[in-house]
Design a protein around this ligand. Sequence first.
Ligand code: GAP
Length: 501
Amino acid sequence: MKYDELFALLRRRGVLWPSAEIYGGVQGLYDYGPLGTALKRRLEEAWTAWFVGLSPDYHLIQPSEFLPEAVVRASGHLENFTDPEVTCESCHAAFRADTIVEKVRPDGVDGLTPAQIGEILRANQLKCPNCGSPALSVPTPFNLMFPVELGVTGHERAYLQPETAQGSYLAFARMWDVGRHALPLGIAVIGKAYRNEIAPRQVLFRLWAFTQAELQIFFDPAGFPVPFAQVAAEPLPVLRVDRRQQGEEAPEFVRAEELVRSGGLPEFYVYHLAQSYRFYRDVLGYPADRLRLFEKSDVERAFYNRIQFDLEAHLESLGGYKELGAVHYRGNYDLSRHSEGSGKDLSVHPTGREPLLPHVLELTFGVDRHLWALSDLHLGKDGERTVWKLPPYLAPVTVGVFPLIEKDHGAYALEVADELVREGLAARYDDASSIGKRYARMDEAGAPYCVTVDGESLAEGPAKGTVTLRARDSRSQERVPVRELAPRLRAAVRLPRPPRS
Ligand code: GAP
């Protein structure tokens, strides 16, 4: 679907809308309605089941969203978490440099100095997107963090976290103490991140407030054992730096073991990259031919990242591949900076080993961007119908429950719906308008099943206590005893876990 059409549909169905819409809305801030909120929660649950499920030594925690100034000074965010900002000297509008140069340099401006970006602006005679003036400033660094003043005096300066990762680094020492004193140790966080983006745009893609799900895995660089055999034969759609430099944009499928054997990547890295890819393909249901594992070059990735592949999906609504997450090998940058900043030595002494400062592998995942991708890739036309073909365990509504005729069958249908809710299922009763329209509403909401109560459900006879169960994708219908509904639906919404062998 095209961008405008998809956004209009999501807005009309109450999935999401711009915050403060009655005041004209704010780019960069969005609210989720009932369907969006339920989908987001399910996506977070699916992420947790998969990634925290990779190892019994990976745990989910919930740290504070405020970071004291000393933390962001040590992490480098105070100094370096900037984007180059260009202002128009004529109309004074401000822009991210990469949004102005993107037509002549689609790869962005990562790794370029302000002077080099200024030279690109001049050489290509680029103009202000607002007023058309060529009088654009040389870019200056703009810090993306939101400062806050805590307490009555406001003397305690802090920042809203620009990434959830920092909470895991701050928790490492405590988690080591309360844990079993062994590496690897994974600390996952799902939480809000806040960035004062210069040019928020593309709805959920560049927000001021967004949700990240991130797993930081602390490990011994001398050995990080993983069950690599589980993924060795998996073909991964990679676009490596050498092929990018030859102008290639399409990924090629390379087996995971090949990336290790001749591709120069460590097993622990490829294992987690493959499990991340499987999550996108097998759990979120993204088609393999829309996915790309995009390797970042030395100049593009942050200096502390030793290896970085972005996980991207090709989205029709946004006209190309878009980054949805990444796998970063961050070395020991984070713990060494926080050791220095806090004065507490964060090296550990695993039983029977020399003390060491753990390295970090980060699996990062943008929840809001995935909500958009789940709409782009699964919501569309199927003949005359508009259907959101979400995997059942992600669907905001699992089952719509309808009475065929409200006055005759409404009371029993309500009872069935209530019972399914008590069983922990997302059942939604609906008796408004015709059955056809109710099916259409549920198809658009992504409900994988609908149940209809009719005369046969109530009348004495062989069909008493049965209902019609209709499947969203096949539109097949069958009669099912009411008592079998909950177990069948529960089986359909079981969350996938990574296989153990
Ligand atoms: N801890 C590493 C980190 O934060 P990042 O590439 O800056 O890395 C990770 O962000 C993910 O967070 C991205 O892949 C994207 O999905 C999401 N993300 C980043 N900035 C965003 C924004 N302004 N709006 C929505 N999602 C964003």
